[in-house]
Structures are given as C-alpha cells and as structure tokens.
Design a protein around this ligand. Structure first.
Ligand code: ATP
Length: 247
C-alpha cells in the first residue's frame, strides 16, 4: 500500500544572513506517518522545522501540504492550514493557567471550536484536565510538555512538528511523552515530524527517518533500518554492541 504524501519539501535552502544552513533538503511525510530527523547539535534540525512553519523564510525550494505551496505564506496562515509546531523548550507562559496556555493555541478558531478543542485536549491528557486552573509554571517538565503538545493540538492539525520533546525530561517521562505521540498517530491519524536528540527513542517509534548532517540528508530509511544501520549506531546510538540493546 502506498502512503499518500501530506508534506513534501523539495530542494529547500535556508539560513541566517551570510550563513546557509540547509542545502537543498528534500523530504516527505505521508498521511498518518511518524517521520523523524536525527542529527548532531547544529546540523540544522530546528532550522528545518522553523522553515516549514514559516518562521525562517526559505531562500529557495518548496514546501507543499497536500500539493498546496506553503512557502510564501505567513506563519499564521501556515498554522491555520494545518501545520502546527511544538517548539524546542516548550515556551509556556508560566504565570498563565494551563487552560489559558491551551487557548493561546486556538488562534483563528471560532468560540465553539475552541470549546470542543479544549475538550479534545483534556480527553487526550487527563492530567491537564485535573490541572486546568493551575499556573503552567508550577507543572512538572513532562506535564509542561503535554501543555505544549495540547496547545499545538488546539488547531486540530494535520501535521504536528515537535522539536526535541524529550529535552530535559527523565527517561520514564520521555517514554510517556513518546507513547502520547504514538497515540496521536494511532487514534487521531495525525502525521508527525519529529526532531530528536534521543535518536533511539525516536527511531523506535518512527515509520521513517532521515539523518541530517551539516544541513544535508545523508541517510534515510525506515525507523528500523536506521536503528540497525552501523553508521547511525556509531554516530547517535552509542557505537558497537547496541544491536542487542536496540532489539
Ligand atoms: P540543536 O540540536 O543544537 O538545536 P539543530 O540541529 O536544531 O541543533 P539549528 O538550531 O537549526 O540546529 O542550527 C543550525 C545552525 O544555524 C547552527 O550553526 C546555529 O548556530 C545556526 N543558527 C540557528 N539559529 C540561528 C539564528 N537565529 N541566527 C543565526 N544562526 C543561527
């Protein structure tokens, strides 16, 4: 069965000032797929996500969602067209309640839609329902990550892009967040583009993955293929003898 392409990025070039960070990067995310991008610090992973969401303007190349070009649209329009981002570091408003943080993700939605989106997020994250009136800054790191994901879900995206969701979280909490991301794929059919330093956890849950090195994709394949690729093991999974641990 062939997967229908949702996001198609072709020959994307982007950077900052005189520096070119992404050099003709091309990737696809199919409907309902989880695709991850692994790479060293500074490889350009965040730049790629930020270029897809319009925060960084591409210098060349194209970004299409269901065949419609996004790359000339303002970030708010890209967001409304169904591409939502969970930023690195979560970016909460610490003094606002959980509910108010979630409502900030409802930009452009009608009052009725906001109420139904809130219910959908509280159904997904029961712990957020319990803590809806609590200031977001008082939550644990894992709960704050749930708020950040819930905020992105408030727009009912087709594509959810997550930048380092495991950052600063303990292994057990990371596992919980990854299970939640899998649930979004399984139960809601959301497509996911995931950027992660925690390559092992990301590859395990990914249908497909790409390795980004110095702004170029060097290796791609299914999550399983990359998990057992000696080059990936050497660079991102702690070297030899990982095959047994990865099994
Ligand atoms: P990390 O895992 O450390 O976040 P990354 O793979 O996400 O790394 P980017 O954050 O995309 O990498 O950074 C790629 C390159 O672009 C780095 O050399 C970085 O210093 C540079 N860079 C990132 N943001 C900016 C910016 N706003 N202005 C100038 N240079 C930037």
């Amino acid at each position: 069965m062939t997967t229908q392409v949702l996001l198609e990025v072709t020959d994307l070039i982007a950077g900052y000032g005189a520096i070119e960070v992404l050099h003709q990067v091309s990737l696809t995310v199919g409907r309902g797929e989880v695709v991850s991008i692994v790479g060293a610090n500074g490889a350009g992973k965040s730049t790629l996500i930020n270029t897809i969401s319009g925060i960084v303007r591409p210098r060349a190349g194209s970004v299409c969602l269901s065949g419609q070009p996004l790359n000339r649209l303002a970030p708010a329009k890209i967001s409304r067209s169904g591409v939502r981002q969970v930023p690195e570091g979560r970016r909460m408003f610490a003094d606002l309640s959980v509910e108010d943080n979630l409502r900030l993700g409802a930009f452009g939605r009608s009052q009725k839609a906001v109420q139904s989106d809130l219910e959908m997020v509280f159904d997904l994250f029961a712990r957020l329902r319990e803590r809806q009136h609590q200031a977001a800054g008082t939550l644990s790191g894992g709960e704050q990550q749930m708020v950040a994901i819930g905020r992105a879900m408030m727009g009912r995206p087709q594509l959810l892009m997550l930048d380092e969701p495991s950052m600063g979280l303990a292994p057990l909490v990371t596992a919980e967040i990854f299970r939640l991301i899998s649930r979004l794929q399984r139960e809601m059919g959301i497509s996911v583009l995931l950027v992660e330093q925690n390559a092992r956890a990301a590859l395990r849950m990914s249908d497909r993955a790409y390795v980004l090195s110095l702004g170029r994709f060097t290796i791609s394949g299914t999550g399983q293929e990359l998990l057992f690729d000696p080059r990936v093991q050497e660079a991102f999974l702690g070297g030899a003898n990982v095959q047994a641990r990865a099994a």
